[in-house]
Design a protein around this ligand. Structure first.
Ligand code: CTP
Ligand code: MG
Length: 225
């Protein structure tokens, strides 16, 4: 069986709003509902674990009920970092979930074909991470605003979510990261930590992460709502 972990336990501090980002309205629906509905309509997905802040457990249950998320298995409280929230989600997966797609609810443009593409890569190769080639020239800055180097753009990719894995592999990776007291900012980073190959899945359509308030407007335009 294939499961999904949808992360919505952040505080959305960069939004500047006094409410969790995942629960902000994007047109007619809360942000998190777009991801829930995409995973609901992806045929391969059998179960969804939703991770939210403890004080949002009942609000999240209400959203899942309202939008008819029949694949919802459990809603679990997250932790103080994304990494802790992912681990809370992994701990809630049923034993028969051999593949898992981990997704940030901050990316509402996720679609069933994108989820399927990452899952196929995870099934065939162990991992499948949604990614875009970087279009900007990226500068390294050590101090202030003075550039110390320019990276070779032809080698740069931006990793996004969904990030799908064989469940055993991502569990082993996060266990090793935790054991070593390390921090990773995405799930692929946990695989890198144990020396396992990360396979990117190029996605050419937008997969914007809603980070600041203006992103909600852009996401609305991209979703044509
Ligand atoms: N996330 C989470 N638990 C945390 C932190 C983040 O589940 N403790 C989730 C967020 O809900 C989001 C995703 O990880 O879907 C990516 O994080 P980010 O975009 O940084 O969201 P926030 O942490 O909520 O925003 P900010 O960093 O501005 O506070
Ligand atoms: Mg954050």
């Amino acid at each position: 069986m294939t499961a999904a972990i949808i992360l919505a336990a952040g505080r959305g501090e960069r939004m500047g709003a006094n409410v969790d980002k995942a629960f902000l309205s994007l047109g007619p629906k809360p942000l998190v509902a777009y991801s829930l509905l995409a995973f609901e309509s992806c045929a391969e997905i059998g179960a969804v674990v939703l991770v939210v802040r403890r004080e949002r457990l009942s609000a999240a249950a209400e959203i899942c009920r309202m939008f008819g998320i029949s694949k919802l298995l459990q809603i679990v409280p997250g932790g103080s970092s994304r990494q802790e929230s992912v681990c809370a989600g992994l701990a809630a997966l049923p034993p028969e979930a051999t593949l898992v797609a981990i997704h940030d609810s901050a990316r509402p443009l996720v679609t069933p074909p994108l989820i399927s593409a990452t899952l196929k890569s995870a099934h065939d190769k162990g991992s499948g991470v949604a990614a875009h080639k970087v279009v900007d020239t990226v500068k390294v800055v050590e101090r202030g605003t003075v550039v110390s180097a320019t990276l070779d753009r032809s080698k740069l990719w931006a990793s996004e979510t969904p990030q799908a894995f064989r469940t055993k592999l991502i569990r082993r990776a996060y266990d090793a990261v935790a054991e070593a007291g390390q921090t990773v900012t995405d799930d692929a980073g946990a695989l890198e930590f144990i020396g396992e190959k990360v396979h990117l899945v190029e996605w050419k359509k937008p997969n914007l992460k809603v980070t600041v308030a203006e992103d909600l407007v852009i996401a609305g335009e991209l979703l044509r709502i």
